[in-house]
Design a protein around this ligand. Sequence first.
Ligand code: CMP
Length: 139
Amino acid sequence: AIQRTFSIIKPDATERNLTGAVNAVIEKAGLRIIGQRRIKMTREQAERFYDVHKERPFFGELVDFMTSGPVVVQVLEGENAVKAYRDVMGATNPTEAADGTIRKLFAKSIGENSVHGSDSEENAAIEIAQFFSLADIVG
Ligand code: CMP
């Protein structure tokens, strides 16, 4: 089925001017970018977005990193978009990511791993609503 998922191009990628290169991999995978905005996340936004990880030892580092520079938030649409995007992102740890995936191509480390993608359709809807109003998504 056609689904939507939520994506973030993270500060390590925007800092290296890789927005277009990441988008090229996304589009080549058959996903359409139907919403996109470049923002600087506030601490409040990052803490809310990563609330499920707040007890993890890396939470502080994660929030620091995600607020360290510009990010590009995106809505992607396509056939089985949630899984399709996770497949093309590759494993969280770039040393374990398959060839041709965004993280294998671009990620620097498990923390500075260039992109985020939703892990379920339910979370995709929650995450999209955190950063987009309906008028800014044009499918
Ligand atoms: P993301 O998909 O954005 O969701 C949670 C993030 O936590 C994950 O990507 C990683 O970038 C980050 N993360 C996971 N494990 C670690 C770790 N050991 N150290 C730092 N960051 C991590």
